[in-house]
Design a protein around this ligand. Structure first.
Ligand code: 3EB
Length: 348
C-alpha cells in the first residue's frame, strides 16, 4: 500500500483529490488548510483540529494502510472558502464560488416505525437536507455523491435495504423537482458494517456538469423492475470544470453488462470486466471532450472488495491491467447486488 501523498491533478488546478495519512495531514501548514473543502476518512473520521472543515468517513474498513484520508481541495489562486451547516445541524459543508463539499452522518432512529419505514424516512430526510443546502447556496448541480449504509444487502419488511434506499432517493429527487434521469449525479452506494450510521458525502457545483453513460451498460435509471421498484438514480460518470481541464468522476462500477451481473462467483473475471467498463467510460469521456485526456494510468481508484480474502486476487489482476495508476485504495464493503464481489470508482 502506497502511503506517500499523491494527488490526481484533477487536470484543472481547480479541484484536487489527494490521499494522505492523518499524520501527513497533521503537518500541513495553515495556508494549505485554507484550500481544503473536506476530508474523508475510511473506517472512522480522522482526528483533526480543523473546526471549519467538514470531516467525515465512509465507515468502510481499509484493507491497506489504516490512517488514509481523501482530501478534496480547491487550488485555483485567490479562491475563498466559506463553511456552514444545515439548520438541523447534521450536514456540514464548505464552498467556493464554483464548488461545494458536504457531508452528513445520520443514524436510523428506530422508534415506533418499522425498519423499512425508518430507513426510507432517514434517507429521504438526508437528501432533502442536502437539496435545501444546495438551493440556499446556489450550488444547484449535484455532481458526485457517495452513499454508505449498514447491512446494504440485509432485508427489511420483505425487501432489500438497498432497494428501500433507492425508493427513498428517488422520492427525494422527485419531491425536490429534480430530474430522475439524464442529468443525475455520479454516485456510489456501498454497505458499511452492521451498526454503522448512514454516511453520505457529496460535491456540488454552480455550473452544469456533463453526464456520461456507458455504451456497454443500461443506464441505472433505466434498470428493469426486477432490480427494484424504483431505479437507482445515478449517472455512470460526470465531467466537471471542462474549461479548466476537467475532473472526471467515475461512479462505482462493477461487472455488469447491459443490466445483468456477469461472472458471478469469479472475482478475477469481475475485476477485469469492471476495468473494461471503466475503459469504455474513459473512451466515452475522451470522445465527448474531443481529445485523449483520460487514461487508466491517470486515475485515482477506490476499490471495494466484498470478501477480504479476495484482496490478493483483485490486487494481482489490477496490477496486470494498470501499470501505474495515480493511486489505489482498497476497502472492504458489501456491494449493492449480492452477486457482485468487487466495485471500483475513480477520479481522473
Ligand atoms: C451498478 O452498476 C452497481 O445506487 O448509487 C454503482 C454506483 C452501483 C452507484 C447507486 C450503485 C450506485 O448498478 C451498483
Amino acid at each position: 500500500m502506497n502511503t506517500t501523498a499523491y494527488s490526481t491533478a484533477a487536470g484543472t488546478g481547480i479541484l484536487e483529490l489527494e490521499v494522505q495519512s492523518s499524520l501527513q495531514l497533521a503537518s500541513q501548514p495553515a495556508f494549505w488548510w485554507q484550500s481544503v473543502l473536506g476530508v474523508v476518512g475510511f473506517e472512522a473520521p480522522p482526528p483533526l483540529a480543523q473546526a471549519r472543515i467538514p470531516v467525515t468517513a465512509s465507515m468502510t474498513p481499509s484493507l491497506g494502510a489504516h490512517d488514509l484520508c481523501e482530501v478534496w481541495r480547491v487550488t485555483a489562486p485567490g479562491t475563498h472558502l466559506s463553511s456552514g451547516e444545515s439548520a438541523q445541524g447534521r450536514l456540514r459543508y464548505r464552498w467556493s464560488k464554483d464548488l461545494l463539499f458536504g457531508s452528513m452522518i445520520t443514524t436510523e432512529q428506530a422508534g415506533a416505525r418499522s425498519e423499512a419505514e425508518t430507513l426510507l424516512q432517514t434517507t429521504e430526510a438526508a437528501y432533502r437536507e442536502i437539496f435545501d443546502v444546495l438551493n440556499k447556496t446556489g450550488h444547484g448541480h449535484l455532481i458526485r455523491i457517495w452513499n454508505y449504509l449498514p447491512r446494504i444487502n440485509g432485508h427489511a419488511c420483505g425487501d432489500e435495504r438497498y432497494r428501500h434506499f433507492n425508493s427513498a432517493r428517488q422520492t427525494a429527487f422527485r419531491k425536490s423537482g429534480r430530474a430522475t434521469m439524464g442529468t443525475v449525479p455520479a454516485a456510489s452506494a456501498l454497505g458499511s458494517p452492521d451498526g454503522s450510521p448512514i454516511s453520505i458525502y457529496f460535491l456540488a457545483a454552480r455550473g452544469a456538469p456533463r453526464m456520461i453513460e456507458n455504451p456497454r451498460q443500461t443506464s441505472a435509471y433505466h434498470y428493469p423492475r426486477k432490480f427494484g421498484r424504483h431505479s437507482p438514480i445515478f449517472s455512470r460518470a460526470c465531467l466537471w470544470g471542462e474549461t479548466g481541464g476537467g475532473t472526471l468522476f467515475v461512479s462505482g462500477t462493477a461487472s455488469i453488462v447491459g443490466h445483468e451481473t456477469i461472472h458471478p462467483g469469479d472475482v478475477v473475471a469481475q475485476t477485469r470486466e469492471t476495468m473494461v467498463n471503466i475503459t469504455a467510460l474513459l473512451a466515452e469521456a475522451n470522445r465527448i471532450v474531443g481529445e485523449p485526456r483520460y487514461s487508466p494510468q491517470g486515475l485515482t481508484l477506490k476499490v471495494y472488495v466484498r470478501n477480504p480474502s479476495d484482496l490478493p486476487a483483485v490486487e494481482t489482476t489490477l496490477s496486470q491491467l494498470l501499470c501505474r495508476p495515480a493511486g489505489i485504495v482498497y476497502l472492504q464493503a458489501d456491494i449493492c447486488r449480492e452477486d457482485l464481489l468487487v466495485e471500483i470508482e475513480a477520479v481522473g
